[in-house]
Design a binder for this molecule. Structure first.
Ligand code: ZN
Length: 533
């Protein structure tokens, strides 16, 4: 599931699936590369069916069909895996790699490099493991939902133990890089080339810098007035405002949708079909607004890739989850929580959300939406504390994979890390280790990409601010197109042509660093809280 903050991007599971009885390909009239493209087109189409069924499971599906749905998803996963690992696909990739007429074409070379990687990785997974992972994750979601509602980790524990076993088996099949650990094999699926040790080397110093900021805020800061966040707004008005903002920033609702789920996400299902979800809290309209802008950022990335032309090819799919997350964070936080955004948005909020906003101005809204304080729920966390939520999860899932932590010990480990990093006592598991759906999906190794996304977002934003004339003024006037086009050009249209680290350097001129994010946070939070150092 590709993801949310509130939200996540639901990665259409490594996908591509043609129907087993699909049209046969006439090799005589096609070059090997054309035949490969046709094969990938079918595989991607089968993957889009899987994504659509998954989307339905989370938005519309009657509970009573849970068993049938897990069988449907398991069957689709098996069919997809069969196509992704078929000898036909392997032969086509071989033929293209041997085809001298393709030499020198950079885009083709990138596609073949990534296809070879995908094929080799998929081929390492036995079919029974793939179908069992799909079945167990579909079932896991059901038990997780119930356990979360009942605040009862014990009810979810057996499902999670099974999912962790499967994740471990999967990592063993994929293979541990030399000198690495089991967890690296899972990370590599979401953020190719990144290791747990590298993540740790970014996280540890970042944790200290963030803790310093949060401590200053708590001890010396004058908090902003949060009254603008407390205005009661009916769901229908919030929905209208969310759609207005989405269209204004450039998400094409003619090629997408916005629906409601417990856990917001974005799914880039097919060319012309990018679906977002959000959730409404009538006593805190910013939850849905920022959830919608977040998923909208994922959606703008999905819509910015050249899917119509290159459907099924790596150059029309996302480079990594970290980069995907950077796109959502950029629109949610760098744009949506800026003073300039509220200069533009305030009259529209007063018009659409209601009279209650007439007594506030852009500045009071800007200050209120940048309130910084530790809270329990990751997807509702502010920018300064959010990454600490990710660090808790990263350390726990890494320990689950290494065997240093048993599933039964998870709530206790969670609560004690949470206390250490965020200073809060977790009241129950629904506010703690049961809050996220990821582990119920069997998605271990996914969480660190959220933090990487925040880092990439700030770095891209600094580069866009330098390269685009008068970006703050553009935002104040609601002129979002230049920024969206800059992102299209620097990030979206490349798909997987470059690895995330290379894409970052090409777009910003620098390797990934935590400095832009810390500059952004320090430069915003200290003045808002009247801290003068
Ligand atoms: Zn996200």
């Amino acid at each position: 599931m590709s993801r949310r903050e509130a939200g996540d991007f639901h990665p259409a599971l490594p996908c591509t699936l043609p129907l087993p009885s699909g049209p046969s390909i006439d090799m005589t009239s096609q070059t090997p590369y054309q035949a490969l493209q046709s094969e990938l087109h079918e595989i991607a189409t089968l993957g889009s069916v899987q994504s659509l069924v998954s989307w339905d499971q989370e938005t519309k599906m009657p509970e009573a069909t849970a068993q049938a749905r897990s069988e449907q998803l398991s069957l689709l996963a098996g069919l997809l895996h069969e196509r992704q690992t078929s000898s036909r696909l392997g032969d086509l990739i071989d033929s293209c790699q041997d085809d001298s007429t393709l030499v020198g074409n950079e885009e083709v070379a990138a596609n073949l490099r990534e296809l070879r990687r995908d094929f080799d990785l998929a081929s390492k997974l036995p079919a029974d493991l793939v179908t069992e992972l799909a079945r167990a994750s579909s079932q896991g979601q059901g038990t997780w939902k119930k356990a979360r509602a009942e605040k009862d980790f014990g009810a979810f524990q057996p499902s999670l133990e099974h999912l962790v076993d499967l994740a471990r088996r999967k990592a063993e099949c994929l293979g541990v890089p030399e000198g690495g650990e089991l967890y690296d094999a899972l990370l590599d699926e979401y953020e190719p080339g990144v290791t747990a040790a590298e993540i740790e080397s970014i996280f540890i110093p970042l944790r200290d810098r963030l803790s310093g900021l949060i401590l200053d805020v708590a001890e010396e800061g004058t908090p902003p007035d949060e009254a603008p966040l407390r205005v009661h707004v009916e769901e229908s008005r919030q929905h209208q405002f969310g759609q207005f903002v989405l269209e204004s920033v450039g998400f094409n609702l003619g090629a997408g949708r916005l629906d409601i789920t417990t856990h917001p996400f974005c799914s880039g299902i097919a060319p012309g079909d990018t679906r977002l979800t959000t959730r409404y809290n009538e006593d805190c309209f910013t939850e849905a607004l920022y959830g919608t802008m977040h998923e909208g950022g994922h959606g703008i990335y999905e819509q910015g890739m050249l899917k119509t032309e290159n459907w099924g090819l790596p150059t029309s799919s996302a480079v990594s989850l970290g980069i995907h997350e950077s796109q959502s964070r950029l629109w949610e936080n760098l744009v949506g929580r800026s003073r300039e955004f509220w200069v533009w948005a305030m009259p529209h909020a007063q018009r659409i959300l209601g009279e209650g906003f007439k007594k506030f101005d852009a500045d009071s809204m800007y200050r209120a939406v940048n309130t910084a304080k530790p809270t329990f729920i990751r997807v509702e966390a502010d920018e300064s504390t959010y990454n600490l939520h990710v660090m808790v999860r990263f350390e726990i899932e890494r320990a689950l994979m290494s065997g240093d932590l048993q599933v039964a010990e998870l709530p206790q480990a969670w609560n004690s890390k949470f206390k250490e990093y965020l200073g809060l006592d977790v009241p129950d598991d629904s506010m703690g280790c049961l809050q996220d759906v990821h582990w119920a999906f069997g998605l271990l190794g996914y969480f660190p990409t959220y933090c990487l996304g925040n880092l990439y977002a700030s770095q891209l934003w600094e580069a866009a601010s330098e390269q685009l004339d008068g970006l703050p003024g553009l935002i104040e006037r609601g002129e979002f197109t230049p920024l969206r086009h800059w992102l299209n050009e620097k990030v979206h249209i490349h798909g997987r042509r470059y690895r995330a680290s290379e894409l970052c350097e090409r777009a910003t001129g620098e390797p990934l660093s935590a400095d832009p994010m810390m500059r952004h946070l320090e430069g915003k939070i200290r003045p808002i809280y009247a801290i003068d150092h």
